[in-house]
Design a protein. Structure first.
Length: 73
């Protein structure tokens, strides 16, 4: 799996978990103190996140970090 595939799948996982929690992109952006456009770029696979931010994201969604890092179909 190459880098582009990883960030695309990660973005899909973020979107899935966000929707499951019934958060809008604006809601999640406010929790993480970023703008909505940043969340959109992550979900589209156009923006990378540091491990620190991924940890904060998992905590904001109240999920295990593994949920965001699963890349199996």
């Amino acid at each position: 799996m190459n880098y582009e595939e990883v960030i695309k799948r990660f973005g899909k996982n973020v979107k899935f978990e966000r929707i499951k929690k019934d958060y809008s992109q604006e809601d999640l952006a406010a929790i993480l103190d970023v703008n909505r456009n940043h969340i959109s770029k992550i979900e589209c696979g156009n923006q990378n996140m540091s491990l620190k931010k991924i940890t904060e994201l998992a905590n904001a969604l109240n999920i295990n970090i593994e949920n965001l890092l699963k890349f199996n179909d």
